[in-house]
Design a protein around this ligand. Sequence first.
Ligand code: 5GP
Ligand code: ZN
Length: 112
Amino acid sequence: MSDCLFCKIAAGEIPSNKVYEDELCYAFYDIDPQAPTHFLVIPREHIPSVAGIGPDNAALAGHLLEVISRVAKELGLDSYRVVSNIGEQAGQSVPHLHFHVLSGRDMTWPPG
Ligand code: 5GP
Ligand code: ZN
């Protein structure tokens, strides 16, 4: 999607601090980190949120989770939280599917 911030970041049109990339996805550090380690994993394809995952792109969604697991291991994270906000009330501010990966501090439950 031409006017989407995360499509532009995945395409390298807007600079970011890369954690990982492959042909299907891109991972980069959050510009406003909420934990000592905070990165985002996004598909290169524009999908608005988890609500846009269906039978046709379920394999891609699984790949994003596999990448999270692999990158977290590579970064030496042994405890971390994966969050995806869906819709404004849940706190989604960028309408392109992304998984937050947060680590390095105590987390509270339930989330606010
Ligand atoms: P959401 O609020 O949609 O769950 O998460 C969007 C995240 O994207 C936020 O944590 C925000 O800090 C991050 N973000 C917004 N704009 C940029 C940007 O230009 N670069 C990077 N690296 N992160 C961004
Ligand atoms: Zn997009």
